[in-house]
Design a protein around this ligand. Structure first.
Ligand SMILES: [Zn+2]
Length: 305
């Protein structure tokens, strides 16, 4: 949803399921007639419908459009490496990932999402650059500090201000996010007005901090379980940001965005040379990334469209 994606998948299944279900259930009991809206952290919050927007959304494929913008143009990706990433192959693995996800059969799933009309989310992603942040706010970041990490990178000119972008704050394993990394979510996405523009951004922590919560496997295709775990979370947040950048476009009546509906499901898997599992090859690398929700034919989780 919106906000934070919950890392969703696996994590949800392993760790967060109990509290997640309870929260959603409680919200529903409070008001059975309202839809839930995404929070970005993977569970719904009751949506306040404005009087001007009373039309009931259609949900033929198990997910519905709520009138907000989508990211139809190329999704530009910027990475902000927060903390200590020296001598960590994640910087190479995840840069390769951002350079190869666009145009793939996997990301093509997002082209099944439109703006209510004929404009669809394009299967186009461009990696545009990165910067670093050397512990400006220490090793426990609040949500507002994560937003400030993005704002500081933009205002200082270390990354370009870009309303067609998703900025990923990627934290090293000695850093946590105080609103619930490893216990409530593995990552999230949201948006905010930064330097006068609507900026989309995401937090993705290094799941080496909590492998049982946020990693699908501890031996991984690229020999770096933290980085490989982050690839799945980045995919999740990027496809949610593309179809629900302002948290008011595509989500279901539980408040689940497209990737939330398939979190921690991987479809058909193969075995890599080191014994780990993978389910997709992008560029020259194998990855194990979660499925995404196809908004067609009644709706289903898949690795390609
Ligand atoms: Zn999500």
């Amino acid at each position: 949803m919106t906000q934070r994606i919950w890392k969703a998948a696996l994590v949800c299944a392993v760790l967060a399921m109990g509290s997640l279900s309870l929260s959603a259930q409680q919200v529903r009991q409070d008001n059975n007639d309202d839809d839930l809206a995404p929070t970005g952290k993977g569970w719904g919050e009751r949506q306040v419908h404005s009087q001007a927007n009373k039309a009931r959304p259609r949900a033929n494929n198990g997910i519905s459009y709520h009138g907000g913008p989508i990211m139809s143009a190329t999704k530009n990706v910027y990475y902000i490496w927060y903390g200590n990433w020296s001598n960590n192959s994640a910087t190479t693995i995840l840069t390769d990932f951002a350079n190869s996800i666009g145009g793939s059969p996997y990301f093509n799933i997002n082209t099944t999402y439109n703006n209510g009309g004929s404009t669809v989310v394009s299967n186009s992603v461009a990696y545009k650059g990165s910067t670093t942040d050397n512990y400006t706010y220490g090793t426990s970041l609040s949500d507002s500090q994560i937003q400030s990490v993005v704002a500081n990178a933009i205002s200082s000119g270390r990354v370009t201000k870009d309303t067609n972008a998703v900025y990923f704050v990627l934290t090293s394993s000695d850093v946590t996010a105080s609103s619930g990394f490893c216990t409530q979510y593995c990552g999230w996405h949201t948006h905010a007005t930064i330097s006068g523009s609507d900026i989309k951004f995401s937090f993705v922590g290094n799941p080496d901090r909590c492998p049982s919560a946020c990693e699908a496997q501890t031996t991984s295709p690229n020999g770096n379980a933290g980085a490989d775990g982050m690839a799945s979370i980045i995919a999740h947040e990027l496809e949610e940001a593309a179809t629900d950048p302002d948290l008011n476009a595509w989500y279901d009546n539980r408040g689940y965005e497209n990737a939330d509906k398939c979190a921690w499901t991987f479809g058909t898997q193969s075995t890599a040379g080191n014994g780990s599992k993978y389910n997709v090859t992008l560029g020259s690398r194998q990855y194990l990334i979660q499925q995404n929700w196809v908004n067609a034919s009644g709706g289903y989780c898949a690795m390609s469209y």
